[in-house]
Design a protein. Structure first.
Length: 237
C-alpha cells in the first residue's frame, strides 16, 4: 500500500472546516461539536483498548455528523457513542454466529471429518474485536483495523453480511483519508498515493455539499439545472 502524506488530523480538519465555512455553510452545520474527553475515556473502557489516535483526534474536533448526510465523501461519521454501539452490536452478532457454527458442528460430528475449520482464524473474518467503527451506512461499517501487524491503523470496510475488506480502495489510515479530503477541497487535486479519487464535490444553492452528482429525491436533470455547481477550489485570497 502506497504511503500517503499525513499531516496531523487537527490540521486536516482545520482546512476542511475553513473551506466548508466559506463555500458550504449548511454542510458545516451538519458536523457535531467535539466530544467531551470523558466520553472518549468511557468509550476506551468499553473497547478495552485506546481509541485509534486518528479517530480520537477527529472525535475531539467533531463528534460525528448528521447520520443522513455525507459531509465527507463516502463516510457518514459516527459519534463516539455510535462507535461503541456499533462495536458492541458486531461483537454480539459475531458471538451468535460462532455459537450457531459450533452447534452445527456438534450435530454433524463424525459425519464429515475435516469440516471443523469453520472457526479457524481468518485474515478478514466476519468481525474482529480490534476493528473500530468510524462510519456507518445501512448496516455496513467503515472501520480502523487495530490488529497487530503491518496493516494496523488502515481504514477499511466491514459489510453487514460479509467479511472485512482492506484491499483495493482501503486507506492506510483515517488521518490519510482526512488529509486527502482537505487536499481536494483546497487544491482540486488528489493526494499523492491516494488509493482512489473521490467523486467531484458540488455545492447547492442552500449551501449543502454533495459528493458526485446523482439525482435523488425527485431531482431530475443536470446539477446546474438544479442549482448545483462544481465546488470552488480553495479559499478566497
Amino acid at each position: 500500500m502506497t504511503e500517503v502524506p499525513q499531516p496531523p488530523v487537527a490540521d486536516s480538519w482545520a482546512r476542511i472546516d475553513a473551506w466548508l465555512a466559506v463555500h458550504a455553510p449548511a454542510a458545516a452545520a451538519r458536523l457535531n461539536p467535539g466530544a467531551d474527553p470523558a466520553a472518549l475515556a468511557a468509550a476506551e473502557r468499553v473497547l478495552g483498548i485506546p481509541l485509534p489516535a486518528d479517530l480520537a483526534a477527529s472525535l475531539a474536533r467533531h463528534n460525528g455528523a448528521d447520520p443522513d448526510v455525507e459531509v465527507l465523501p463516502d463516510l457518514r461519521l459516527l459519534p463516539v457513542d455510535g462507535v461503541v454501539a456499533q462495536w458492541e452490536l458486531r461483537n454480539q452478532v459475531e458471538a451468535e454466529l460462532r455459537e450457531d457454527e459450533g452447534e452445527g458442528e456438534d450435530e454433524g460430528e463424525g459425519e464429515d471429518e475435516g469440516e471443523d475449520e469453520a472457526l479457524a482464524p481468518q485474515e478478514h473474518p466476519y468481525w474482529d474485536r480490534l476493528w473500530i467503527p468510524v462510519a456507518h451506512f445501512q448496516g455496513d461499517l467503515d472501520v480502523i483495523d487495530m490488529r497487530p501487524g503491518p496493516g494496523q491503523g488502515r481504514l477499511g470496510w466491514s459489510g453487514h453480511d460479509g467479511s472485512g475488506s482492506f484491499g483495493d480502495g482501503a486507506w492506510p489510515s483515517f488521518g490519510a483519508y482526512l488529509a486527502a479530503v482537505a487536499q481536494v477541497l483546497m487544491t482540486g487535486e488528489a493526494a499523492p498515493g491516494a488509493p482512489g479519487r473521490f467523486d467531484d464535490p458540488y455545492v447547492g444553492p442552500d449551501g449543502e455539499l454533495l459528493w458526485g452528482w446523482l439525482p435523488t429525491g425527485g431531482l431530475r436533470g443536470t446539477a446546474e439545472e438544479n442549482g448545483y455547481r462544481r465546488a470552488p477550489v480553495g479559499l478566497p485570497s
